[in-house]
Write a protein that binds this ligand. Sequence first.
Ligand SMILES: NC(=O)c1ccc[n+]([C@@H]2O[C@H](COP(=O)([O-])OP(=O)(O)OC[C@H]3O[C@@H](n4cnc5c(N)ncnc54)[C@H](O)[C@@H]3O)[C@@H](O)[C@H]2O)c1
Length: 340
Amino acid sequence: MHILVTGGAGYIGSHIVKLLLENSNHKITILDNLVTGFQATIDTLTVIAKENNVTLNFMEEDLSDFSKIENIMHENQFDAIIHFAASLVVPESVENPLKYYLNNTANTANLIKCATENGVKKFIFSSTAATYGEPDATVVNLETGLKESDPTDPINPYGMSKLMSERVLKDTAFAYDDFKYAALRYFNVAGSDPDGRIGQSTKNATLLIKVAAETAIGKREKMYIFGDDYPTHDGTGIRDYIHVVDLAQAHIEALEYLEDHDSDVFNVGYSRGFSVKEVIDTMKKVSGIDFTVEIKERRAGDPAILISDNTKIKNTMHWQPRYDDLEVICKTTLEWEKKI
Ligand SMILES: NC(=O)c1ccc[n+]([C@@H]2O[C@H](COP(=O)([O-])OP(=O)(O)OC[C@H]3O[C@@H](n4cnc5c(N)ncnc54)[C@H](O)[C@@H]3O)[C@@H](O)[C@H]2O)c1
């Protein structure tokens, strides 16, 4: 296959590209405007492609340039698209919603349009647990995790921009027999390539495990816990952290799944959670550094518990997580942080 990977210079996209380069003969084209992605990541992936004798092209383009995207899609016979490119900072989406509806929803709709016009049969979409919003504990079972069939009610434009894209995909797949999609709702993505060749270089990261790694190695003086009075065993919020390589593998399984199954939406997580305190303690353990942590007020819109129910993906795809271990997640994050 010839696979278009949008956002392949970014954190998650680059891990999928690496897996594909190492484990398949698919020709890969990355399209990325490098707004949050890195040329250095493309350089590393180019080396990996050469080592594995696989073709990797890079196009530095912006998805909002519709006529350019139309030409690219017309000139290349892509068989599948894995679409990561997006804006993903939740507070920014509240301040600047149109950036999110344009970059995430409008650009995705145009990409889907180009896909249908040019015979692309498979579309894998990066969705998010943010589509569920703040789950109502009287309606869903927070302890056993959110199911794909649970209500979706995003509480910020980021989550809504992704849910709207899911809807565009659903309606398009209904209208076009030849077009199939899998929307993967990621929970909290963390960790880095265990080979240490790529990782998360995101600037001003707000994700807990990366922040803890930055604090452990002294890039930050201290870090904060936002709220220690949640109704959880230690009072801090519980999240489902998934290692980025297991998430990457889910995309590869999804491509295979679409060969002989219909379009669908899947949670990708481990179906179990760790509290903020547990994550920080694990980072302290693997780094050997007792860094400073301060307690602050709760942040608006942070649910107490957010865990996936991953029964659907496990029962329908051949997805077998290999890095479901908080120490491994923290260690690989830390190693990458030291490297950069
Ligand atoms: N990181 C997480 O925890 C998480 C959780 C759930 C969902 N997601 C989704 O996963 C996807 C990838 O996230 P990430 O963490 O790798 O982020 P990232 O910022 O590292 O990667 C996004 C990539 O898309 C590129 N990009 C953005 N807008 C573009 C445009 N208009 N044209 C071309 N390229 C563009 C960026 O340069 C970057 O390389 C996103 O769609 C995000 O919504 C991420």
